[in-house]
Write a protein that binds this ligand. Sequence first.
Ligand SMILES: NC(=O)c1ccc[n+]([C@@H]2O[C@H](COP(=O)([O-])OP(=O)(O)OC[C@H]3O[C@@H](n4cnc5c(N)ncnc54)[C@H](OP(=O)(O)O)[C@@H]3O)[C@@H](O)[C@H]2O)c1
Length: 215
Amino acid sequence: MDGYIASAASRLLLSNEADFDRVDAVRASCDAILVGATTIRNDNPKLIVRSQARRDERTARGLAPSPMKVTVTCRAELDARADFFTTGETEKLVYCARSCVGDARAGLDPVATVVDGGHTVEMCRLSNDLAARGVERLMVEGGGTVHTQFLTADLVDELQLVVAPVFVGDSQAPRFVRDGCFPWSPARRATLAAVRQIDDVVLLRYALSSRFEDN
Ligand SMILES: NC(=O)c1ccc[n+]([C@@H]2O[C@H](COP(=O)([O-])OP(=O)(O)OC[C@H]3O[C@@H](n4cnc5c(N)ncnc54)[C@H](OP(=O)(O)O)[C@@H]3O)[C@@H](O)[C@H]2O)c1
């Protein structure tokens, strides 16, 4: 309830089972899922579709059982044994700042494809590159550094914000977003499209572009 997405020292499971299942359905509906490198290092997420029925449904549509996994890094300090790389029969892409592409390829070949993201990786260019690879629907699952860049660049069609009934109460903990110049302000309010209670959490869906789809 105080806007943090983890504790300072460890991962926090903020959603409940019903909401994790909802997130699983959203994942299954996407072409790719992106997280920042710190989330991989701190949380070691699998980022695969958990439900066998949803995996089967994707396979029947000619898709991989889980969406492509995407991350972004400057330092390329990623462990090829992390669950992000070792789980899920799907492509893994690492957008890396040019200065470390060689290190990234040395450390992650053959578990991931390392893409030269340019001098600094910009989310607009990354999104265009993903689109060229067939990604129409991208789910950005954190953390705050990555959220901030997609939001401040006005690239986001929908924001799904889930409020869990807990306080973290530690200003060292990561927040949902960092400092930045966001397009939504008192002068340009975001559109609240839907509110849903899911057991003890609440889902807020904001329509942030004309491409928002109410489903
Ligand atoms: N509650 C939730 O739903 C949820 C979901 C996800 C994450 N989290 C939490 O969020 C925390 C992490 O958040 P965070 O904001 O610290 O980190 P983050 O967004 O996960 O990752 C930041 C890292 O991504 C890389 N990066 C980001 N933008 C980049 C760019 N433009 N170019 C190149 N590399 C870039 C850098 O990696 P390098 O350092 O490798 O250069 C940077 O240090 C974790 O503790 C996790 O538990 C919570």
